[in-house]
Design a protein around this ligand. Structure first.
Ligand code: ADP
Ligand code: MG
Length: 696
């Protein structure tokens, strides 16, 4: 139903609504209030406290535009509420003069400051209220220039609610009862016309749940549809390769690693292809779990592939995994040639692989003489074909989507390989449920024993910086090694490399002139990089000055100190990941975060990293600070957007929504007995996806 059916919506208003993304009555009804003005609990201007945030309701008495001395236009508005006057000042918003003529009823939200002895608000949030009565006034997000008042929107809401009448409620009563959720019709009315703030809260909770449930239903249905349409490989989990590999290690696996291996083995043995997420903190030992899974594929007569996000990482995985396997001296029987044993063969494929190497590699992949292929996204290329791809490990945080699945499927013998996705650093549980909600999940929640927690200090000012470098010199004197991470600079890899070189030169002429320094950055040829890493490992270099190329995979247990310069330029996850390069051996390790930042955000990040070495805890802080947008990324853009629900504020509801979605789909996979829910889901996906999800 189009919004122009509503009273008073003519061409001009229609255009204003359209500008706000509202075309239908449903769009209007899901245009939820941004906040409420509680008149029963109204603060008068006279009572306003300086320094506090306040929401006031007042009438404009005078408004004036003028030029400031610096040039830009500013608008000053005096408002009065019967108890006193307040000045609102707007910078760089010249249109406010026209928006707020004398006589306008307006709600202002902002912080109270004092300027030349008068209380005022600078750039407050403005809502045009109009002559709305009622105890609680909903304030709607308005496209500032659309000229629509919150009062007009409120009027239309009332009419729209009346026209809509009863809303279908697709959530089974039993779940509503259990979660103490009100009915949708009541919620829709109370979010727009609440009798009390409590009623508005209840309404919000119900409607937020609906958004989360829709999203979880979609993820769970997608998972089920993929399973329904695919033919997996039943791997032989009782072979010898994986067992020999684990036995060859000089340590025993942690309980968490054993649990992960068991969960993965159960998937591999089963008829459905695995789609599993493996999460673990830095250093939790994800690599071994991945290798174990790949070897189960190999011992079952198939091949395995590991895909890394960057060339550096692919090369590091390649070197590390080759070493692990050669220590284990694993052999397989040569395909075709009966009774001949040969070592398990591991190959590398990146953009640096030459054409002639590629030809040899392709032949090996096709005739089955290559068992494990490690590489970058190049693995998904059209020219890469396997004899029988059985297990795929994806080491990256990026989303592994439907297209990649299709690309992989095309590489096998028609059956779907089992897929394990590893994240480099933990992400919060609710975010994992949402971003990776169509995968099963395994968490490595335990670090191998014998690690001493890294001591982290946020270092400010020259004296503290000097002390940090003095500590590096002491550790080197004691036989240890260190990293200095260069400041992150915006721009190209080239600029980053130049800045790293400058840092290197500065340190070699200053704080670290007496020690053996090495430099590592992304612009160096890989031969040179490898040489530097080899020297560092061999203790021929004491301090490695490096860019974030050392972020992942570098494993030198003798390194015990890390200095991160301009640490506030890095995100929490990146700092945590970088810090994970130390604390890998028996010696106590230290991390110094150098920064003179005074921004609230920078301070919050550094304080968090200083206070905790738990990646899961830090991930939660990161979500608090950055909001969910960065985590959800582009993936959630579209009709299933969360308007009310927040992964931050509504953690418990996310968990409940997932539980309910799983229960509903398990009980009624095609939603035959949940017609209203099925209809609603169809509104939120396109026809192709609906056909895919509901194909019987
Ligand atoms: P991440 O989870 O960060 O990928 P890795 O797999 O790289 O961690 O493992 C980090 C280090 O811990 C490696 O040197 C690895 O050999 C070692 N390691 C892994 N599991 C164990 C274990 N159970 N006991 C002792 N050391 C382990
Ligand atoms: Mg690793």
């Amino acid at each position: 139903m189009n919004v122009d059916v509503l009273n008073g919506v003519g061409p001009k208003r229609l255009a204003g609504l359209h500008e706000m993304g509202i075309d239908t009555v449903l769009d209007l009804l899901t245009h939820y209030p941004r906040r409420y003005l509680d008149r029963t609990n109204q603060v008068s201007i006279r009572e306003l406290e300086v320094g506090a945030e306040a929401l006031i309701l007042a009438t404009v008495k005078r408004s004036e535009s003028r030029k400031t001395r610096q040039g830009p236009m500013m608008v000053e508005v005096d408002v009065f509420d019967g108890s006193g006057y307040l000045k609102a000042t707007f910078f760089k918003q010249p249109w406010r003069a026209k928006q707020l003529p004398a006589g306008t009823e307006v709600a202002l939200f902002g912080r109270i400051t004092v300027f030349k002895g008068n209380r005022q608000m600078t750039n407050p949030v403005v809502d045009l209220v109009g002559k709305r009565t009622g105890k609680i006034v909903p304030l709607y997000p308005q496209s500032e220039k659309s000229g629509l008042t919150t009062w007009e929107l409120g009027e239309w809401m009332q009419e729209a609610l009346q026209r809509a009448g009863e809303f279908a409620d697709p959530v089974p009563e039993i779940h509503l009862d259990q979660l103490d959720l009100i009915h949708r019709t009541v919620a829709m009315r109370n979010i727009h016309e609440p009798e009390s703030m409590g009623a508005a809260q209840q309404a919000r909770r119900r409607l937020a749940f609906d958004e989360l449930l829709r999203l979880q239903m979609l993820l769970v249905l997608r998972k089920r549809a993929v399973e329904r349409d695919s033919v997996g490989i039943q791997h032989n989990v009782n072979g010898t390769l994986a067992v020999q590999f684990i036995a060859s290690l000089s340590f025993s696996l942690t309980a968490a690693q054993l649990r992960a291996n068991a969960e993965i083995a159960a998937d591999l043995a089963g008829p459905l292809p695995m789609h599993r997420l493996l999460q673990g903190d830095v250093g939790a030992g994800k690599t071994l779990v991945a290798v174990n899974a790949m070897l189960i594929g190999v011992q079952s007569g198939h091949q395995a592939a590991l895909m890394a996000p960057t060339e550096v990482l692919a090369e590091q995985h390649y070197a590390g995994i080759r070493e692990l396997l050669s220590n284990a001296q694993l052999t397989v029987s040569h395909r075709g040639g009966l009774f001949t044993e040969r070592p398990v063969s591991v190959k590398l494929l990146t953009n640096r692989t030459t054409a002639s190497e590629r030809r040899v590699l392709s032949a090996g992949l096709l005739n089955g003489s290559v068992d494990i292929l490690i590489g970058t996204h190049a693995l998904l290329g059209d020219l890469v074909e396997f004899a029988s791809l059985g297990v795929v490990v994806i080491d990256e945080q990026h989303r592994f989507g439907v297209e990649q699945r299709a690309a992989l499927k095309a590489k096998g013998d028609g059956r779907d390989p089992d897929v394990l996705v590893m994240t480099a650093t933990p992400i919060p549980r609710t975010a994992a449920m949402t971003v990776y909600g169509d995968l099963d999940s395994t968490v490595l929640d335990e670090l191998p024993p014998g690690r001493t927690p890294i001591e982290t200090h946020w270092v400010r000012g020259e004296l503290e910086v000097a002390a940090a470098y003095a500590h590096i010199r002491d550790e080197i004197a004691a036989g240890r090694q260190a990293y200095v991470v260069c400041p992150l600079v915006e721009g190209s890899e080239k600029i980053q490399a130049r800045s790293a070189t400058e840092t290197f030169e500065e340190l070699s002429g200053g704080e670290l002139h007496a020690v053996r320094l090495g430099l590592l950055h992304g612009q160096m040829p890989s031969k040179e990089k490898e040489a530097v890493m080899a020297e560092f490992r061999a203790k021929k270099i004491d301090v490695l000055v490096a860019t974030t190329v050392i972020e992942v995979g570098v494993d030198v247990p003798n390194a015990t100190v890390m200095v991160i310069i301009d640490a506030d330029r890095f995100g929490i996850a990146q700092l945590h990941q970088l810090r994970g390069r130390v604390g890998r051996g028996a010696h106590k390790s230290y991390c110094y975060l150098l920064s003179d930042t005074t921004t609230a955000d920078g301070e919050a990040r550094l304080t968090a990293v200083e206070a905790s070495t738990d990646g899961f805890e830090l991930a939660e802080v990161d979500l608090e600070l950055r909001g969910e947008g960065t985590i959800l990324g582009t993936r959630q853009k579209g009709k299933t957007d969360l308007k009310l629900a927040s992964l931050r504020r509504d953690k418990a509801l996310v968990v409940e929504a997932r539980r309910v979605a799983i229960a509903i789909v398990a009980d009624d996979p095609a939603l035959d007995r949940h017609e209203e829910l099925a209809e609603e889901m169809k509104l939120f996906v396109d026809d192709d996806e609906a056909a895919f999800l509901f194909k019987s």
